[in-house]
Design a protein around this ligand. Structure first.
Ligand SMILES: *Cc1c(COP(=O)(O)O)cnc(C)c1O
Length: 222
């Protein structure tokens, strides 16, 4: 696992340099969801500090006792009834995608006196089964997050359709970010993170290329 981590780090550095971007400018989010601990431990021991998880409960159980010095990101859909726990636990929530969630997040942030960094998830492929705001509503949604709910939106996130060329989706996300003054772009996974870096990703979410194939029986249904 730590060899795979090193290989992914090297590929990221190569993609950064091909894109004329500074080495180290892209954050690697190691997606540890559903992985057994014996796959995660060597990656943690190798110095990886940023991890992505899909589910609030699973993340809290896994990372609750060893949170110190790590950055934990929620990259799966957030139910409003888990918002309090998510605000308390995560450093970054990448899946803000609807008004009701934005409103509940704003309330919980106020209550907790602590704000995770927030990303808006955009459903660039407009897939009915996928979470995220559709591109045509993204500008209004980002504006509402800011003005109506008083949230700071650090970035945008997308998951392109599995069978599509991801590059236009990444470029589309970058365009939405640029016209809304949003700085960060979370895009790119095991199969396409180099393309994402060429298109301006500031963080990539890589799971199976580091940890090996997941047990699909444990995968959340999207
Ligand atoms: C599982 C997951 C990933 C990682 O996928 P890999 O293909 O294993 O790299 C990235 N982003 C999200 C939102 C995920 O759910």
């Amino acid at each position: 696992m730590s060899q795979a981590l090193a290989a992914v780090q090297a590929s990221i550095a190569a993609a950064e340099s091909r894109a004329g971007r500074p080495i180290g400018s892209v954050t690697l989010v190691a997606v540890s969801k559903t992985q057994p601990w014996e796959h995660v431990a060597p990656v943690l021991a190798a110095g990886q500090k940023v991890f992505g998880e899909n589910r609030v409960q699973e993340a809290m159980e896994r990372w609750g006792g060893r949170r110190e010095g790590l950055e934990l990101r929620l990259i799966g859909p957030l139910q409003t009834n888990k918002t309090r726990e998510a605000v308390g636990f995560f450093d970054v929530i990448e899946t803000v995608d609807r008004d009701r969630l934005a409103r509940v997040l704003a309330d919980e942030i106020q209550r907790a006196g602590k704000a995770p960094r927030l990303y808006v998830q955009v459903n660039t492929g407009e897939e009915p089964q996928k979470a995220g705001i559709v591109p045509a509503e993204a500008d209004d949604f980002v504006a509402a997050c800011r003005k109506t709910y008083g949230l700071t939106i650090e970035g945008l996130m997308c998951i392109p359709p599995v069978d599509a060329d991801p590059a236009p989706h990444f470029a589309g996300l970058r365009a939405i970010a640029a016209r809304n003054g949003v700085e960060k772009l979370s895009m790119g996974m095991s199969d396409d993170f180099e393309t994402a870096i060429a298109e301006g990703a500031t963080s990539v979410r890589v799971g199976s290329a580091i940890f090996g194939r997941r047990d699909y029986a444990l995968e959340p249904k999207v």
